[in-house]
Write a protein that binds this ligand. Structure first.
Ligand SMILES: *Cc1c(COP(=O)(O)O)cnc(C)c1O
Length: 510
């Protein structure tokens, strides 16, 4: 079954399952050497059977790839698989060779090389704003706007009324002011950039007063004290980890030296027990009294009232009503839009940020602006926003609906395969993305165990599927949470689970 085996002959090997041998057993010396002799003959025979690259390239099953795949990817895949096979033979890991399996492995290798690295997955984790899985997914309208602007010339910096140069800031900034009632707004690359720009433009070489309980780290390398240092502002910590009073802030103010009062929402953790946090109103009053701007890094950017659900996060509108001078928040957390940082508040301060040289460094591209404009547009009608923005619809979907979805999935699978033991279970979904820590949304899911495969094998195969499926393992079961499963991907999830259920135990050299 080496190179050029007539196709009739190949069929003869089909259905045969190659067996794999482990390392050579070490019995007696005599036995070993005899075994070694046999192994050497066998090895040489197998090595002779390895097909030649040129021959493999002529295989019909690779023809279709030449239409849309670069030749170098195909040749590289053939070379790699054949080299793998050779190594396996040399390491005694194969004791028979099947031409068809080699071709299948090459096809799999080509397909995997053609895969983009950044691609879609099915989120069955139950974490809505999953930081590792791309945080918020965009509304249909936001996607449409981004695609339209990306694939066409646009009004990015062109004013249609005047027929002359316009500003990229105008598009979204006006809409934000309209919806939130602020004087001015600005969009930057992300909320970390918003905090950095704000500190750089308003407090360089000045004191910024922050409560010790709010010196947070938001994932990896974003720490308030470090950002502060980079910006050239001086951090003045007040109060203690669990308690900060307004008097602590007042005592720390030095006329001519204090630049900002900064409040940071402790979005990804909760301090409970003997605690005191200064209210926004107290801070605003103090800021007015001392003529010092008050900045609030709210993090999540919740724009709607979610009090019907067990989610307790400050809203943008309530914070602005308290009289905050500048609010900063993310575009891709509870706002449900693209990655962005939104700066909103008093025009005097927003203008200082717009004019700062860093503004250019942290500016956003047209696709982000288009998606963000479309996202904010949904908020003109809050009910529409809850329906159309996936983050919000995933929060507000009824438990009944999730339960139905779970039963539907279980019943389809039960009808078509006996490879799984399935159960509909109650689960706890989460907002995630560093929002609403320790707050759970009651949800439904399907828990699953394999009758032939282990939990780990199923989990890995789901991850390796055409559209990878990301799941949680809980209590030695795979948990498929229905809250984060998009209806459009329901069939794909079923297909993934059935494909895995029907997999044969054929050899793979990929
Ligand atoms: C998430 C978060 C940030 C960082 O926002 P990015 O948009 O991820 O840069 C900053 N501050 C707070 C309070 C946050 O919750």
């Amino acid at each position: 079954m080496g190179a050029g085996v007539p196709s009739g002959l190949q069929n003869q090997y089909k259905g045969l399952v190659a067996s794999w041998v482990g390392s050579i057993p070490t019995y007696s010396r005599h036995f070993l050497s005899q075994q070694e002799g046999v192994q050497m003959d066998k090895k040489n025979e197998l090595l002779r059977q390895i097909p030649k690259i040129d021959e493999v390239l002529k295989d019909q099953r690779l023809f279709m790839f030449f239409e849309d795949t670069s030749r170098s990817i195909i040749v590289e895949s053939v070379r790699e698989v054949i080299e793998d096979v050779r190594q396996r033979i040399l390491n005694n890991r194969i004791d028979s060779l099947f031409y068809d399996d080699i071709i299948d492995s090459i096809v799999a290798r080509i397909n995997s090389k053609k895969q983009k690295s950044l691609r879609q997955v099915i989120n069955c984790t139950g974490t809505i704003i999953h930081t590792n899985l791309g945080r918020a997914i965009l509304s249909k309208e936001a996607c449409k706007s981004a695609v339209e602007v990306a694939s066409n010339y646009s009004t990015l910096e062109y004013n249609l009324k005047r027929g002359s140069r316009g500003s990229r800031h105008e598009h979204v900034d006006k809409l934000i002011t309209k919806i939130t009632g602020v004087e001015a707004a600005m969009v930057v690359n992300n909320n970390a950039a918003a905090v950095f720009l704000c500190l750089s433009a308003l407090a360089k070489d000045k004191d910024v007063i922050v409560s010790r309980g709010e010196l947070v780290e938001i994932g990896g390398s974003f720490r308030i004290p470090e950002i502060m240092e980079l910006s050239g502002a001086r951090l003045v910590e007040v109060g203690t980890t669990n308690k900060t009073n307004i008097e602590d802030y007042r005592r720390a103010i030095i006329e001519g030296q204090t630049g900002l009062l900064l409040k940071v929402h402790t979005s990804n953790f909760k301090i409970v027990g003997f605690t005191k946090e200064t209210t926004l109103n107290e801070l605003v009053d103090l800021g007015r009294e001392a003529s010092i701007p008050v900045i609030y890094d709210i993090g999540s950017g919740l724009m709607t009232d979610l009090s019907d659900w067990p989610i307790h996060e400050p809203t943008v509108i309530d914070s602005l009503k308290a009289g905050i001078d500048i609010i900063l928040f993310s575009g891709d957390k509870l706002l449900g839009g693209p990655q962005a940082g939104i700066i909103a508040g008093k025009k005097k301060y927003v203008d200082m940020m717009k004019e700062h040289p860093l503004a250019r460094v942290v500016r956003v591209d047209k696709m982000t602006l288009a998606a963000l404009e479309a996202t904010f547009y949904e908020y003109i009608d809050p009910e529409k926003a809850k329906r159309n923005i996936p983050v919000l619809s995933m929060i507000s979907v009824s438990e009944e609906e999730l339960k139905d979805r779970a039963y539907r999935l279980m019943e389809i699978l039960n009808r078509k395969t006996d490879a799984y033991e399935l159960k509909v279970v109650k689960t706890q979904a989460q907002i995630g993305g560093g929002s609403a820590p320790n707050q759970f949304l009651p949800s439904y899911g399907v828990s699953l165990k394999g009758t032939k495969l282990t939990i780990e094998q199923i989990e890995r195969r789901l991850r390796e599927h055409r559209i990878p499926v990301i799941v949680r393992i809980y209590n030695n079961q795979i948990l498929l949470d229905m809250r984060t499963l998009l209806e459009d991907l329901f069939e794909d999830l079923v297909e993934a689970l059935l494909t895995i259920a029907n997999e044969t135990g054929r050899n793979s050299y990929a």
